[in-house]
Write a new protein. Sequence first.
Length: 424
Amino acid sequence: MKPVLIRCRHLLRALGLRWKISILLAAGCALVAVTIGVLIHQARAHQVGDAARESALAQLVRVRQVYELTGRLDEDKVGEADAWIDCPGLPGPLRRAALAGQRTTYLDLSGPDPAVWAARPVGGDHVLSVRRSLVGEQAELGELEQQLVASGAGVVTLAAIAGALLASRLSKDLRTAAETARRISEGELDARIGASGVPGTRNEVAELSSAVDTMAASLQQRLEAEQRFTADVAHELRTPLTGLHTAAELLPPGRPTELVRDRVAALRTLTEDLLEVARLDARREEAQLAAHALGPLVATIARRSGVVAEVVGADCPAVVRTDARRLERILTNLLVNARRHGEGPVTVTVSRNTVTVRDRGPGFPVKLLREGPQRFLTGAAERGQGTGLGLTIAFGQAQVIGARVTLSNPAPAGAAATVTLPAA
């Protein structure tokens, strides 16, 4: 019994809101219909029983009068009932009550031969009884049961249909809200649910839609302000950094000069990365897609990246549709990330329309695998120091060219970043 209940519970959880509401509404209507049907059937059965008992007692009185006057049973005076003296088929409880001096009845509506009995004592130890068949009344009750079942089934069906229509509207509104929230989470900040339902009415779904729209508007304002701030800061830093770079080039050779030039170059790289992130956030980047042979293209990118890496599958003939410049940006960032935060050897594997960059370091942190890259956060101390913009830019550029980047920690050790490109 318990496994059946568990399966039913799992099945109910797996159903959508529309079906749950329809099933619950139909079950409630079925319970009400069964209750009303049982009450109506019992009331009618009591009416039939009371009328049968009264009719049997009235016939018993007439039969007794004829018997006392004539000393015999007159069949013409009995009507639809059968009369006996000491009938062998008389029910035992009725016989005992009659011998005790009582005039009583016995009703039996069950079985194939329903009947009502009435009996009373006559002549000392004899029992006068009358039996009236209730086959017609039983048929009437059976027809009433069929009508109640048909009516109940009709009510339950109509309730299920009405529940499905009502729940369908509610489910549609909730799905619209969920889809809008999903679009917002994917970066479409201007997505809104809008008003739902009948104008001028307020319900829980309308309140939820209003709350989500308000949240999305507030989130959009804050993110746009952050993007503008990032772009403005990076743009304002460009001019003084250009002058600083020019001044550093005029310094006399020496170790201090090398340190200054190195830091200035790092600042310029950071500034350019910030500007690129700002453009990606604002969705201003447009890809120039073309068909490319993936193996030779990846081999060229790995060679120009400045990272020592082994390319496996450089002769892969697969053709993909991509932007070569942006793909180079993605793979270069992944290679630099593997060299900076992982351990050698670094391998680049080309297989069909995928490119995997793998190192043998400590692997990506669990938080990074779960939540994705976050700017200015490298994830863990063992992954080294950095700005955290490399993976952010790689993911953003992959979205521009229609690719997908997935991170993993394959056994026995190391980190792997796989770029899946659309086939040409």
